[in-house]
Design a protein. Structure first.
Length: 348
């Protein structure tokens, strides 16, 4: 009896996608950068890094180490020459900055001497800007990922039901879709943020992060719904779905077991795009005071704090927040483009 010869098996969809992604150098470098940021987020969440971001470890407005402590004295000298401008319209806390700086100087003289420089500088209270940027990455990236996952889940479920069943189910969900898309995207976000921040829901959602996640996902599911619905309308009449129906597969089995794997590339790409968009939206909301609470830090709150410091000549907090956000968002966007090319069925 002859030996059984194993027939060669063609690689699966995900194996082919990974093979194409590895050939894309830009996509691979972007993947490594995103993985480094995600590792920082996990370490910050576990308290291994940036756990003491609120500690006043340096002198107020301590400059980055590469510039040296003399930059701080020069900035203070230039600030003294400025006219007496009322900054209360820009930042309500501006009148108290001088008082805080003097108090911090007194405490510094009475206790141990604090650092004159930090790797990325220090803010007005002497907190390390690098630690704040890492902790801000934790909040901003977690909010973006959580909101994108929730929005993708809602949009995929509703789009699958509308596209598969059609009829009155499709009509009802299309009406809901039109209600959410009738108002401009950014205005709807601001309206919901105002309701969650100071409206009747403020007492229910005391956790600002949960409120921001719900706001962004409630607004962002519509794009995913529209694309998934179109894919299900296209796939529900194909032969493999009809064959599953002929052998007695249930509606749930056909929706999630047969059609969903064939449209997963659309869902995955939309998930990646929404992570970037929601991080930007969180930064805008926090910058305007409608995002995370004031006792937390994100890239948006760092930019909000830095606007007054920039007027006084202290630019390093703005530079750190902008650098971290720009690197991650750019890398994630490039990774999304590479992932879209790797999962495109036309390129297989």
């Amino acid at each position: 009896m002859g030996a059984v010869v194993a027939l060669p098996q063609s690689p699966g969809v995900w194996a082919q996608a990974w093979k194409r992604l590895r050939r894309d150098r830009v996509g691979l470098v972007s993947l490594w950068i995103v993985c480094v940021f995600l590792l920082l987020v996990l370490l910050a969440q576990a308290g291994v890094v940036a756990a003491d971001w609120q500690r006043e470890v340096a002198e107020p407005f301590a400059p980055p180490t590469v510039l040296g402590p003399a930059v701080r004295e020069e900035a203070q000298g230039e600030t003294a020459k400025l006219p007496n401008v009322d900054l209360s319209d820009i930042d309500p806390l501006a009148p108290r900055y001088k008082e805080w700086a003097e108090r911090a100087a007194r405490v510094q003289m009475e206790t141990v001497r604090k650092s004159e420089t930090r790797p990325f500088g220090a803010d007005r209270l002497g907190r390390d800007v690098l630690a704040k940027a890492i902790k801000g990455a934790q909040i901003s990236i977690l909010v973006g990922i959580a909101a994108a996952l929730l929005a993708t889940f809602i949009g995929t479920i509703l789009g699958a039901l509308a596209g598969y069943f059609g009829g009155w189910v499709d009509d009802a969900l299309e009406w809901l879709y039109n209600v959410f898309t009738a108002m401009p995207y950014i205005l709807l976000i601001f309206a919901l943020a105002a309701v969650f921040k100071s409206g009747p829901l403020a007492k229910t959602f005391t956790n600002g992060i949960a409120a921001v996640v719900i706001i962004l996902s409630a607004v962002g599911w519509t794009t995913i719904y529209r694309l998934v619905r179109a894919e299900y309308i296209k796939h529900r009449a194909r032969e493999y779905v009809r064959a599953a129906e002929a052998i007695g597969a249930s509606h749930a089995s056909r929706i999630f077991g047969h059609i969903l794997p064939n449209v997963s590339h659309v869902v995955l790409v939309q998930l990646s795009l929404h992570v970037v968009n929601f991080i930007k939206a969180e930064v805008i909301l926090s910058f305007l005071g409608l995002g995370v609470p004031i006792d937390m830090v994100s890239w948006g709150t760092m930019l909000s704090d830095a606007q007054t410091e920039l007027v006084l000549g202290y630019w390093w907090q703005l530079a750190a927040a902008t650098l971290f956000m720009a690197v991650f968002v750019t890398a994630f966007a490039l990774l999304t483009d590479a992932l879209r090319d790797a999962l495109d069925p036309k390129l297989r």
